[in-house]
Design a protein. Structure first.
Length: 135
C-alpha cells in the first residue's frame, strides 16, 4: 500500500508538472494535503489545485485577487471544514480551496491541514502585497 501511495503521489506530481509546463508555469511550491494537492507559480501568480482522484488540476489566476483568508466551519466542538477563500477587489469569493473536509479527510491530520491553510494564506497574501507595492 505504501508504494502505491508513493506512486500515486508521483503520478499526481507528474500531472501537475504537465499542466504547469503546458501553461508555461514553474512550480515554486507544492503541498500534498489529504487527497488533494495545491501548488503555485509565485512569479506568474498562478495557483494549481486538484483532488488526487482527478488528474486535471484547476488553474487559478491570482492577478484579479486582492486577498485570501481561511474560513473554519465548526459544528459544536468539531471542525467540519477549513477552506481558503480567494477574493477579488470587490470582496467576491472567486475560489474556495478545501484544506479539510469532515468525513473525507483524516481527522488526525486536522492540526496539520489547519496550519497548512494558514501558511498558504500568508504565502499568497504576502506575494499579492509585494506586487502591489512594486507597481
Amino acid at each position: 500500500a505504501y508504494l502505491s501511495k508513493r506512486k500515486r503521489k508521483a503520478a499526481l506530481l507528474a500531472a501537475l508538472e504537465g499542466t504547469a509546463n503546458k501553461n508555461g508555469l514553474a512550480l515554486s511550491h507544492v503541498d500534498f494535503l489529504d487527497g488533494k494537492v495545491i501548488a503555485w507559480d509565485q512569479f506568474k501568480k498562478m495557483l494549481l489545485f486538484t483532488y488526487i482522484t482527478n488528474d486535471r488540476p484547476t488553474l487559478i489566476d491570482l492577478s484579479p485577487v486582492s486577498r485570501c483568508y481561511v474560513v473554519r466551519k465548526t459544528n459544536g466542538k468539531n471542525t467540519t471544514a477549513i477552506t481558503l477563500q480567494i477574493a477579488d477587489v470587490n470582496n467576491r469569493v472567486r475560489h474556495s480551496i478545501p484544506f479539510y473536509e469532515q468525513f473525507t479527510d483524516c481527522e488526525a491530520n486536522l492540526k496539520k491541514l489547519d496550519g497548512c491553510s494558514r501558511e498558504w494564506e500568508h504565502r499568497i497574501n504576502t506575494n499579492l502585497h509585494q506586487v502591489e507595492s512594486s507597481s
